[in-house]
Design a protein around this ligand. Structure first.
Ligand code: FES
Ligand code: FE2
Length: 458
């Protein structure tokens, strides 16, 4: 089937694109560059993927008290996740219904109402219009209770163990059905707290790159890149002559993190990559392989394990700490790293612009040092000045530049395509929908594009 010509990636109006054209962009082992560069494709992604899937918007601990709110994005919408005076959580548009002004310009606030900075129309945190100045000058037909004057509201908002997701679709699979077995990753992050609660803390890194949003997800479980993309920091860590043998784990975390990208291809190959329905995926066995093993016997780890065992018992603590998964990707916008209490949120802006937010959590009931370890990990891995993430971002921009040029039509995603795939693997037993492949396979990328096609053509 011929692939239609590009529409501009920057012009405002973009022609509609039909299911047959979309289907022609994805083959089993390659994908057309238009999936990354074309404004019409991007617009359809926003309607069909970010307009239908469950999108992570906030953690409950970011809006702990009545009248708390946090600003975030739902697809291309600027939205606020709010907790009203009765404790209920809403996701409302950050756009005044009078003339469209942005209501809240800060990232986080506590306020009983939202007052527009232009003409002071005032809204409740549930989005309803509460008051309008100089009401008597409005026409008799003006009805403050008119639903058209209520802020845009996400039709569905749901919470899984404190992780708040919203969907722009009024109907569709429920949140737990959408998450499938990825609930295990969220459970594991929360269960690592001895007292069962986690709290987002310590600020949020925010980085914008000049590349498509899918590039971030494709890179997450691509084990063939670290040895090349992160070579300079791996080499620097290797050349560091200091003796890090003593188990003072926290102080040497940056060193061990940098080294972990230096696995041999054989070591990467021995990891398991798991692909699930809806484009979700994760990497199995990363920490047990190397320097980031959870079995490190340093004083902080011992204290933490003791607190967890005291709260939950030895067997449960073993199971919780033994879950060894890296980059739990809940496609299309959340990436979880439970071992170090990290998440990243991916927010598309344009075909060639994406925002990534990265943050970490405090484990309730754990020694304070565990939070410092999480902050250190976050800073090392995900800050704009990270020696690791900065490399990845540079590559995303190089890929985007290469695709925009137009001389290369197709991206290859065939690695491991012919290798046997183990269906039902991964701990949940046969029939759980998990596909497993050796660590160097591009199975997660192919899985993302299967989900992409399902959303885009349904
Ligand atoms: S634009 Fe908000 S009150 Fe006028
Ligand atoms: Fe990387």
């Amino acid at each position: 089937m011929p692939v239609p010509r590009d529409s501009s990636s920057q012009s405002g109006a973009s022609p509609a694109i039909g299911p047959a054209e979309i289907a022609a962009l994805v083959e089993p082992d390659r994908v057309h560059r238009r999936a990354y560069t074309d404004r019409a494709v991007f617009d359809l992604e926003m309607a069909r993927i970010f307009g239908r899937a469950w999108i992570f918007v906030a953690h409950a601990s970011q809006i702990p008290r009545p009248n708390d709110l946090i600003r975030t994005r739902l697809g291309l919408h600027d939205v606020l996740a709010t907790r009203d005076g009765d404790g209920r959580v809403h996701v409302v548009g950050n756009r005044c219904t009078h003339r469209g002004t942005t209501l809240c310009s800060v990232e986080r606030a506590s306020a009983a109402s939202l007052v527009c900075p232009y003409h002071a129309w005032t809204f409740g945190l549930d989005g309803t219009l509460r008051s309008v100045p100089h009401r008597k000058s409005m026409p008799d037909s003006f009805d403050i209770a008119d639903p058209r004057l209520t802020l845009f509201r996400a039709p569905r908002v749901a919470d899984y163990r404190g992780f708040v997701f919203a969907s722009l679709a009024a109907d569709g699979p429920g949140l737990e059905e959408f998450l499938g077995d990825m609930t295990e990753a969220l459970d594991n992050l929360v269960d690592r707290a001895p007292d069962g609660e986690i709290f987002q803390d310590g600020g949020i890194f925010r980085l914008e790159y000049r590349g498509n949003w899918k590039l971030h997800h494709e890179n997450a479980n691509d084990t063939m890149h670290p040895g090349f993309v992160h070579e300079s920091s791996v080499n620097a860590a290797r050349e560091d002559g200091r003796d890090y043998a003593e188990p003072v784990y926290d102080e040497h975390q940056a060193h061990t993190q940098l080294l972990s990208n230096g696995f041999s291809v054989r070591e990467w190959q021995s990891l398991g990559l798991k692909g699930l329905a809806n484009g979700h995926s994760y990497m199995d066995g990363f920490y047990s392989q190397g320097v980031l093993s959870p079995d490190r016997d340093d004083p902080l780890s011992r204290d933490y394990r003791a607190a967890l065992e005291a709260a939950k018992g030895r067997a449960a603590a073993d199971a919780i700490l033994g879950m060894d998964r890296f980059n739990n990707l809940i496609w299309p916008n959340l990436n979880i790293n439970a071992q170090y209490q990290q998440i990243r949120i991916v927010q598309p802006v344009a075909p060639d612009r994406t925002i990534v937010q990265a943050m970490c959590f405090r484990l309730g009931g754990a020694p304070e040092g565990m939070f410092h370890r999480a902050v250190r990990f976050l800073t090392n891995l995900s800050s704009p000045a990270s020696m690791i993430f900065a490399d990845d971002v540079e590559i995303f921009e190089k890929v985007q530049a290469g695709l925009a040029d137009g001389s290369r039509e197709w991206l290859d995603q065939s690695r491991g395509h012919d290798a046997p795939v183990d269906a039902g693997a991964g701990g949940g037993g046969a029939g759980n929908g998990r596909l497993a492949s050796p660590g160097t396979s591009e199975l997660p990328i192919r899985g993302q594009f299967r989900a992409w096609l399902d959303y885009m053509t349904a």
